[in-house]
Every structure is written in C-alpha cells, then in structure tokens.
Ligand binder design. Structure first.
Ligand code: PGA
Length: 246
C-alpha cells in the first residue's frame, strides 16, 4: 500500500521506458520482470507496460475459492481476466496479519494454477526461528504443506521466493552465504521430491532488503535465480539497476 494510481502509473511507465531503451533480452542473464501492483491498479500497470518485452503483471494475493458471495475478495479468474499472469501467494505480511496458514495457502496455489496464474510462493522464517536454528525446518514445512502436494507437472509451473521475514523492509539483508545456503536447501528438497531436473527448472527468488547495492552479490549465488523486490522497486532507477545486476 504505497502509491496511488498516478504514482503507480508513473513508476511503471518510467521502468518500462528504461526497459524499452535497453531490452531485457540484452541485459546479462536476460531477466524477466513482473510487477505486482495492488488489484485496483493491475489494468493500468498492464497498459503502462505495453510494448516492454518480457514484462508481466501479477497480483499480490488471490482468494482461495473459485467464485461466490465473498464481498470484498478477488478471485484468481478475475485477476487473470485483467491480463495478469502471476500472483504472489503467502507473502509474510499475509501470513502474519491476515492469518494465512499453510493449508489456506495450498488452496490459493491450487486456484492460481487452475486459472492459469503462476504462483510466486513466498516462504521464510522469522527471527526467533532463525536464532533457534529452526529456519530450515520452518521453510521445509511451509514448502511441503503449501506446494509438495502438487504433482510434478503443475509443480514445475511454480516460482518460489525465499524471504527471511527479519530481512523484509528492515534494511537487514541476508548475507549472500545465508541466502545461498537456504536456496541450496530448497533445491535439495525439491530434488528429493520431484527429481533433479524439476529442482533445476523451478526458479527460487530471494527477497528481503534486496537493493541496487547488494543485488549483484546475491544474484551471483548459484542457487539464487532472481529477486522479489519491495522498497527498492519504488524508485525506477534503483529497480532498473537491480534487474541489470545478473
Ligand atoms: P523489501 O520487501 O525489499 O522492502 O525488503 C520485500 C517484500 O516485501 O517482499
């Protein structure tokens, strides 16, 4: 909940102008970019990104049911019908402030996939869990309950975002070694469940105070495939610098 319509449109337009000038396919790593605006701005952000290749739009959330009388909620099919192709699922703020637990998030994953949206499934431990040495266990459980009920084919459509909660919006980034360690662990549990090929093909993003200064070192880690950027995405130049950091 950061910008209004005009601010969101301006930000997306500025970033897309940079991308049109320097196409993503010509940047190191040929990254893909997806914007995740609030529901009400999805259509406008899509319009602002017209003509910018490899840029897509997603929602920050969806409801866990297909349709019905749930006043105020937004279904995956509605998001899809606006032209969005991604949705975040289980961002730590949804887990913490809206009581979204793993069982509910599994239903949201199902809705996303049923409606042709790519779920970006967020996982990550809170500080006391890391301090107690439980971070691997916590992340494994979130992924097992949220995603590992999927068959191999639909699982391959998922993107995972590891976001240690203590790093989100705090300015405290996980060190590249901490990020790599967890990403390698996520890769390993995916390989155990679905095989090495699937584990290699699923993107695992890092999120949590990723910025123009630290992106390159984070993205250089072998198992860090990209980033989920919050605060630093609100400044077009910073965001463009991050997507140029592969
Ligand atoms: P941050 O946010 O980059 O500001 O830490 C990340 C997020 O909200 O996912």
């Amino acid at each position: 909940m950061n910008l209004d319509l005009e601010g969101g449109r301006k930000l997306a337009t500025e970033i897309c102008a940079m991308i049109k000038e320097k196409p993503l396919s010509e940047l190191p790593g040929s990254p893909e970019v997806a914007f995740f605006p609030p529901f009400v701005f999805i259509t406008e952000v899509l319009k602002a990104s017209e003509g910018a290749a490899d840029v897509s739009v997603g929602s920050q959330n969806i409801h866990q049911l297909e349709k019905g009388a749930y006043t105020g909620e937004v279904a995956a099919a509605m998001v899809k019908s606006c032209g969005a192709t991604y949705t975040l699922i289980g961002h730590s703020e949804r887990r913490a402030y809206f009581n979204e637990d793993d069982a509910l998030l599994a239903k949201k994953v199902e809705q996303a996939l049923n409606n042709g949206l790519t779920p970006v499934f967020c996982c990550g431990e809170v500080l006391p869990e890391r301090e107690a040495g439980n971070h691997f266990k916590v992340v494994k459980e979130q992924i097992e309950k949220g995603l590992f009920w999927l068959e191999k084919d639909p699982f391959e459509k998922v993107v995972i975002a590891y976001e240690p909660v203590w790093a989100i919006g705090t300015g405290v980034t996980a060190s590249p070694a901490q990020a790599q360690e967890m990403h390698a662990f996520i890769r390993q549990i995916m390989a155990e469940k679905y095989g090495k090929g699937t584990a290699e093909s699923v993107s695992v993003l890092y999120g949590g105070s990723c910025n123009a200064q630290n992106a390159n070192e984070l993205f250089s880690q072998p198992d860090v495939d990209g980033g989920l950027i919050g605060g630093a995405s609100l400044k077009a130049a910073d965001f463009f610098s991050i997507i140029s950091s592969f």
